[in-house]
Design a protein around this ligand. Sequence first.
Ligand SMILES: Cc1cc2nc3c(=O)[nH]c(=O)nc-3n(C[C@H](O)[C@H](O)[C@H](O)COP(=O)(O)OP(=O)(O)OC[C@H]3O[C@@H](n4cnc5c(N)ncnc54)[C@H](O)[C@@H]3O)c2cc1C
Length: 408
Amino acid sequence: MEQNYDIIIIGGGLLGCATAYQLSKRIAGKILLLDGNEIASQASARAACLLTRARTKPALMELVQETYDCIKEIEVLLDESLELQQCGSVTIASSDSSLKGLDALEEAATRFGIPNERISRERVKELLPWIESDSVDVALYMPTDAFIDSALLCSGYARAAAKLGVELKPNCKVKEIIVEQDEIRGVSLVNGERLNAPIVVNAAGSWANLLMRPLKVGLPFTPVRSHFWITDIDNKRFPAGHPFTVIPDARAFTRSDVGALIIGLRESQCQAFDPSTMTDKLEDFDFNKAAKWTVLDECAPLLKRYLKDIDDLPIAHYMAGPSCYVPDAMFIIGAIKRYKGLFTVTGCCGGGVAAGGGMGRLAAELITGVTPFVNAALFAPERFGEIDPFCVEFQKRCADARSNKKGG
Ligand SMILES: Cc1cc2nc3c(=O)[nH]c(=O)nc-3n(C[C@H](O)[C@H](O)[C@H](O)COP(=O)(O)OP(=O)(O)OC[C@H]3O[C@@H](n4cnc5c(N)ncnc54)[C@H](O)[C@@H]3O)c2cc1C
């Protein structure tokens, strides 16, 4: 049996669900969202959940602001809290290069109207009881930064979209995007069903290139390992809800949650994965098979300056997942011009929690033909020309984008 839709979205992670929500707000017709797994169960359930507002690129700040706006709207629409925690953030600089970065961030935040202030070492210690404040040269406090449970946010977008009429079908894996004479016709499912639509949005995260491969389209990203460690609970030292930190000199960020400290470390050579090696479910994928925990050897000594006893801190959990990195560290949003009706929203560059609402809005505006609220050319899927995401050299370029990342 065949069914007809106006738009089919593949992928029920943050980017697919945010796009579904933004499309449904614009009354874009009969919309179906499909996921091969449960909704909000893959990368979007593994994030460190930071909603960092300040970015040196203005368009990214617009996208993040849209996420904050979506959260407010969805809370009203669903009449429930999405539990945004406005804890603030502290960016720390203790070298010339990180100070330059902090200056640029401060200027960008001020220009965009994001509250920020430089704070003294004493104030740093008050806000972050665990930190060796003598090691902090300059600290920039942004009190309106927040974090949010990424799976709850994702399910919030999905449930809001459903309330506005989008049909959600979890556990429905797409086998193929169907094209005839260079025009999109719909998708086929692994169970043999065919679903028709003139527009298909590929929001399949780390798997997006597997669906593009038969169409000979290469999206310019590869999955790269992101990860963090969570200490045992110590309420006195890591009080819940204190500001998250970004410490570029230690290639680290931290956040406190339920009295434990989350420590994210970014190695100088990040691990890229060939998309064709990704398993259908992330729980079946070994993120440490190729690259072991050498990241701790490299980064823990850098963080020791700020967190003296890091070597002895009891670690209760480790979380790893894929983030889709692009060589220029900008997202991939828009039409694939070669095929009428084919769109994508992916290449999250580790920022889909923070920017997902805005990414979904830009995708929805491009699909419905509305003037985009940001410069869409910055995110054009074909801006690198023809690339092969299955080639090791290209994957290395993507991993370098994460290795060079300085922000939260
Ligand atoms: C460890 C870690 C920490 C992070 N921390 C942060 C942070 O602090 N702040 C931040 O902003 N971002 C963070 N991120 C990034 C954030 O998690 C991602 O940007 C976001 O989850 C990407 O969403 P997505 O929809 O692209 O991917 P996913 O959530 O993976 O969704 C893609 C979906 O597509 C489905 N799919 C794939 N193939 C098919 C198919 N053939 N048919 C049907 N469905 C299919 C999958 O089942 C999946 O559910 C972090 C990521 C990781 C891994």
